[in-house]
Design a protein around this ligand. Sequence first.
Ligand code: GLP
Length: 266
Amino acid sequence: MKIRVFDSARSAGLYAASLMEAVILREDNPVLGLATGGTVLPCYQAFRGLVWCGLDLSRTTTINLDEYIGLDAQHPQSYHYFMEHNLFAGLPSRPRAVHIPDGTAGDLERECARYDDLIHRNPIDFQLLGIGTNGHIGFNEPSHSLLSRTHVVSLTEETIASNARFFERVEDVPRRALTMGVQSILQARQIVLMAFGRAKADVVARAVQGEVRTDLPATMLQLHRDVTFILDVDSASALPREVWGGHAVLSDASDGPEPGPLLSRS
Ligand code: GLP
């Protein structure tokens, strides 16, 4: 597991976007597993900049982790809407296919099977993740057991409360979602988890160093051979410094309004 700690969410977002770019440049038919949530926004903002600078998405397929049940693509809090408005809107180049689970499907079991088949036919090269304060990845909530494949999940009270900030009232937060399963996430060739802020510090420390447990799904990432945690100083604050592997806090040295060069791309 690699840990990279940045002095700002913007620097961290640039780094994550540059990893996505590297996959797109390397693969003939790149498949990106994408996430939603406030944490990935700096990554998507930087990634949009790369596309505006000429990065070609026309060979790329994207597969999102999850979607609320009952929200259609036009609903401002649906993950369909999130992806369109925060990543794809207005870009000069679009992925050849964008996949997000359909939370309005009449037959949800069938929709889960369709999604698993899609993942099977398009093995994920790069999986981007956020993390819930309770340690969920995608919408794989803490439980006495975890499901490997795409499934319907009942959201925990903690997740509902935490995601209520995006809705007018807590009662408006859907109680159920469709999510990719843990095995599908772990089958991605490369995984990058982003987390910012002090509220995520404890869960990040447990995900990196704690026992591997189903009641903290992010600990499953310890079983994968190519995982990078991209953190800011606050979300890394509960990790002992030696766990960073002696790395300094990384910065894009941005005093001015323009992003400076970040890191060597080699
Ligand atoms: C939602 C998503 C998760 C995401 C989490 C974190 O619950 N289903 O995939 O990791 O939010 O959200 P945020 O980045 O806003 O803290």
